[in-house]
Ligand binder design. Sequence first.
Ligand SMILES: Cc1cc2nc3c(=O)[nH]c(=O)nc-3n(C[C@H](O)[C@H](O)[C@H](O)COP(=O)(O)OP(=O)(O)OC[C@H]3O[C@@H](n4cnc5c(N)ncnc54)[C@H](O)[C@@H]3O)c2cc1C
Length: 301
Amino acid sequence: MPLTPEQQAEIDEQRANPRPTLRAVSEGMEKHLYLAHPVLDHGLIRVVDYMGDDAAITQAARVSYGRGTKSVSTDEGLIRYLMRHWHSTPFEMCEVKFHVKLPVFVARQWIRHRTANVNEYSARYSILDREFYIPAPEHLSAQSAVNRQGRGELLEGEEAARVLDLLREDAMRSYDHYESMLSQDGQKGLARELARMNLPANVYTQWYWKVDLHNLFHFLRLRADSHAQYEIRAYANAMCDIVRDWVPFAYAAFEDYRLGGVQLSGKGVEVLKRRLAGETVTEENSGMSKGEWREFEGLWG
Ligand SMILES: Cc1cc2nc3c(=O)[nH]c(=O)nc-3n(C[C@H](O)[C@H](O)[C@H](O)COP(=O)(O)OP(=O)(O)OC[C@H]3O[C@@H](n4cnc5c(N)ncnc54)[C@H](O)[C@@H]3O)c2cc1C
């Protein structure tokens, strides 16, 4: 577990002092609040705060004076309608604030999602921990032969051992140098903001990340997808589990329309119609490019 006893005690103390509130509470989210979910070898994700629940979405959609909920089935139907028709602003009424500990190379992908608020641990002010992401053997893959942005078969045996040794050695050596540059036996030592620059991209950083539900769904659609890199997907999957408990109707609609749904181009619709009418459509007479056809066939066979 990536927490020190002091960190765990702080979390336990927060959970030991519940307070009554007039605000909307999601029972599903309350069970996650403050708790750290481990991700990768030293990472974590935990909910630090949240606002709203499924009812907050229907409340905003109906611009209601009260809670805005009707029957369970009407609320669920309304949320599905909103999701289906990309009526996104009611989903923005829910917010969540995560504390995430993640390798720097994952943080670089994550930070591309601009519609969130971020505050990162300062390595100018504080000293980074000796913690580096080393892939588990089942994730140590070779370069994909067909996808330049993907992984292929697993590395095994001596080759896997050699790669793991190199990763560990490089991490330890660069951290040793980092430490020795910071403190030089009675000398001043290099500034933290400079010493950090020799650390590799698998060193762990931490941040608070606050986002509304609409933009979180956008993030999850891209990063829980099989095309996303495994390491960021591990965080996205952990978030999916949390969001499912937080807003069960909204998550079910998201799972159905976004994660489970597919987007069809106009050409794709035409090909499907022609096929349903009994015509044999091939790549040559489909009007699609090679790549489009490959992806279309991957979906429809
Ligand atoms: C599988 C995968 C591979 C990728 N590969 C690469 C890569 O090789 N190189 C690379 O650089 N990136 C890559 N990315 C990052 C990608 O291009 C996006 O930057 C990232 O997914 C964030 O998406 P976003 O801009 O939609 O999200 P957000 O920044 O959260 O924005 C959400 C939406 O808000 C709107 N928006 C936000 N800011 C602006 C703005 N300034 N102007 C106009 N509209 C705005 C857009 O509609 C946007 O879709 C990859 C992402 C994925 C998922």
